[in-house]
Design a protein around this ligand. Structure first.
Ligand code: ZN
Length: 314
């Protein structure tokens, strides 16, 4: 499809307001209280009628950011939702034009007034605009703005929310070749022993001289008995994956992506953050046995990385 025809067809789908979805319940103190409990909002204007009466509001009001909660359709009413915006049609056109990838970029809410118990809201959605093609870090793409307009029972707008997504043509994946040097560890008088050990291929764990508990990361005082005296114990280097994440984006040089970052529980009991090597990130598992591997990253830096321990039978 020629670009002008695509733009024409996209423009034709913008500004068409869908059918209103009416809230199942009017704004009410119970839902406000549950919401405040859930997010930990302690503002008494939302939950304490005596306080709210003396406030500038003159009574209980709903937290503005609770906006979307009022018109959520609920699990029971799926299937009979009113016509939404033309977003699906817009996305289909963009898919066909090669903008097959999508990423949500931002959301903005604007409030016209505080909502009070008794307000019965309705919401409509429409595609507000589709930008022309922009060059982005992800590839050539178009920004799509969908706007939700919230109104009270007499039909006055009380708030609106804009969602922006980027539909883009997936380009070549970012270059994976690491550039620059890996950041240096932050060395202090507390953890110097750890890095000196690593440099000579030994994994040391700090041990309280008084209660003999092990601790990591290193620190000046035992968190259990508050003793300042300590020595070290040499770790076997064996442990298990306690937890892990696989970082994909944003790719920050010089790290390689996907970047498999693991929390290793040593068999002595302390845990440390490191990278897992010698394994496809999709094969990582919590509990998998691992063995330390002292890796010379560059002329100055050795890091204790971990590799799946093939010698252990489970
Ligand atoms: Zn201690």
């Amino acid at each position: 499809m020629p670009p002008e025809e695509l733009q024409q067809r996209l423009d034709a789908l913008c500004g068409r307001e869908g059918e209103p979805l009416v809230a199942r319940d009017a704004v009410n103190p119970s839902m406000i209280r549950h919401w405040c409990d859930a997010v930990g909002d302690r503002n008494p204007s939302y939950t304490d009628p005596a306080f709210a009466e003396k406030s500038v509001h003159g009574g209980i009001v709903a937290p503005p950011t609770m906006l979307q909660a009022w018109t959520m359709p609920g699990l029971a009413s799926q299937g009979d939702a009113p016509r939404k915006s033309d977003l699906a049609a817009v996305l289909k056109l963009l898919d066909e034009a090669g903008y097959t990838s999508v990423v949500a970029t931002n959301s903005r809410q604007e409030y016209r007034r505080y909502l009070e118990p008794g307000d019965l809201l309705s919401v409509t959605a429409q595609v507000e605009r589709v930008s022309d093609e922009k060059q982005t870090a992800l590839g050539a793409g178009r920004f799509v703005d969908e706007v939700m307009i919230y109104r009270d029972a007499p039909g006055r707008e009380v708030a609106r929310q804009t969602w922006r997504i980027l539909k883009f043509k997936p380009g070549a994946p970012p270059a994976r070749k690491p550039a620059g040097r890996r950041p240096r560890p932050g060395k202090t008088s507390d953890n110097a022993f750890f890095w000196e050990g690593v440099a000579r291929g030994v994994l040391l764990i700090q041990r309280c001289s008084s209660c003999e508990r092990l601790r990591h990361p290193p620190g000046p005082m035992c968190p259990h008995c508050h003793s300042l005296a300590w020595d070290t114990q040499e770790a076997s280097g064996r442990g298990r994956v306690y937890s892990f994440v696989v970082a994909h984006h944003p790719a920050i040089p010089p790290f390689e992506y996907p970047n498999l970052i693991a929390l290793i529980e040593l068999e002595e009991g302390t845990r440390l953050v490191s990278n897992l090597v010698g394994i496809d990130p999709s094969a990582a598992e919590i509990g998998m046995p691992v063995q330390v591997e002292f890796t010379k990253v560059d002329d100055e830096l050795v890091l204790p990385l971990f590799r799946p321990d093939a010698s252990e039978t489970r």
